[in-house]
Design a protein around this ligand. Structure first.
Ligand code: SF4
Length: 407
């Protein structure tokens, strides 16, 4: 079994498809959000500050210079600034302010002994070693009272409520790792530095809370290992995702946005969505009328069905789940089902023969598929018979098509 980090598990929860690109297909992208870039530079500055601290106290000005040097050396063309009203320099200055605030609050940085900086840890989650976890602790400290402290820097804008930190999985998991790797760590304190607000927050875990965390994470790892479909899950985080060109929910939009404006409407997917949206709007308008318009509505429904079939065919051919139009989008979702074979097929004959041989043909006399489904679901028949019957079902994918108008 693979080793799992909290961010890996979190990525799966946020979007299974993005998880697949990163951790299954291992497709690396140079793009990174400026927020992640800033966080990385802040972490580097802190690591250097505490490494140097073993020998000397780095003056603030020198630390800021180090940060600036790292910023310039690491900057690359694929750093993405999603907030259009912001520039790279805004984030660089923000980083300087984080360092200044942190420095003033914590100097002379002698609150304990440093046991590790950016310390990579690997450990089993359970006694049997079935689940393996890993992580990087920003700073592991031995406090003067003998307690171990796990310190984590956060450059995100606002701190969570205390209750959320008391349930935080990342540092809770690091505590599991610390107590596994250093059994002498009887007491562990979890410390977050929310540097954007110049706040330090703390939490601790009871043994029961750690056991629950381990069980929850084990269940999530099982879910990841069993996943076969990896569906996309669109959210606000898509703006920071580097895989739009591969994502079934985004790649059609990415493709048409790259076209010159005068070629948008001619693109086959856009034409389908525009045609669908136009009929759908006309049908909606007619449904609001008081006079008799059934004939027109029927005609539009027929057209919508044809366009719907074209949309499903387009989605299948292009491997997309969302098709972009000029001012609307069509979501085409497919669901895998198992269905009983149709009349007149060899598969159907084999099923009917099995039902007769089992002496239950009369119960579903005309082989009503719904009656058969109900009988199987109700556990009316012995398990081995139900298993044999289930084998007659054929896989089928059913599609739904929904229109979403752009805001
Ligand atoms: S663009 Fe959004 S839905 Fe697509 S892979 Fe990325 S996060 Fe997932």
């Amino acid at each position: 079994m693979a080793e799992y980090s909290i961010s890996q598990i979190g990525t799966f929860e946020e979007c299974p498809l993005q998880y697949k690109f990163i951790y299954v297909d291992r497709i690396r992208r140079p793009e990174e959000g400026v927020e992640a870039f800033l966080g990385q530079r802040f972490h580097e500055a802190m690591e250097w500050l505490y490494r140097e601290r073993a020998f000397r106290l780095v003056p603030l000005e020198e630390l800021l210079e180090y940060f600036e040097k790292q910023w310039t050396a690491a900057w690359h063309g694929a750093v993405k600034i999603v907030r259009k009203e912001r520039a790279a320099d805004d984030y660089r200055l923000l980083g300087r302010r984080f360092i200044e605030d942190y420095y003033r609050r914590h100097q002379p940085f002698d609150e304990g002994r440093v046991l590790g900086l950016e310390r990579y840890i690997r450990f089993p989650l359970d006694d049997a070693g079935r689940y393996k976890c890993k992580g990087i602790i920003d700073r592991l400290m031995l406090a003067p009272d003998g307690a171990f402290e796990v310190h984590d820097y956060k450059t995100s804008s606002s701190p969570p409520e205390q209750g959320a930190l008391d349930r935080d999985r990342q540092l809770g998991l690091y505590q599991v790792g610390v107590q596994t790797l250093w059994p002498e760590a009887k007491e562990v304190r979890l410390v977050w530095h929310y540097v954007a607000c110049d706040m330090e927050m703390r939490s601790s875990r009871t043994p029961a809370a750690l056991e629950k965390l381990k069980a929850d994470l084990g269940a999530l790892i099982d879910k990841i290992e069993a996943e076969r479909e990896f569906p996309p899950h669109e959210s606000g985080l898509c703006d920071w995702c580097a895989y739009h060109d591969l994502c079934s929910a985004k790649k059609h939009l990415a493709k048409v946005q790259a076209l010159p404006p005068d070629r948008w409407r001619d693109e086959p997917g856009v034409a389908i969505v525009d045609a669908y949206a136009e009929r759908w709007r006309r049908k909606k308008a007619l449904e609001g009328e008081t006079k008799k318009v059934e004939v027109e509505i029927k005609k539009l429904e027929g057209e919508i069905k044809e366009i719907r079939d074209a949309a499903i065919a387009f989605a299948k051919n292009e491997g997309v789940s969302v098709i972009a139009g000029t001012d609307a989008r069509l979501r085409v979702s497919g669901k895998r089902l198992l269905t009983w074979p149709a009349r007149g097929t060899a598969e159907r004959e084999a099923l009917e023969e099995e039902l007769r041989a089992a002496g239950i043909w009369d119960e579903v006399a005309t082989l009503d598929a719904d009656a058969l489904d109900r009988a199987i679901a109700q556990d009316r028949w012995p398990d081995d018979l139900r298993d044999r019957l289930k084998k007659h079902r054929l896989p089928e994918k059913r599609y739904t098509v929904t229109l979403k108008e752009d805001a």
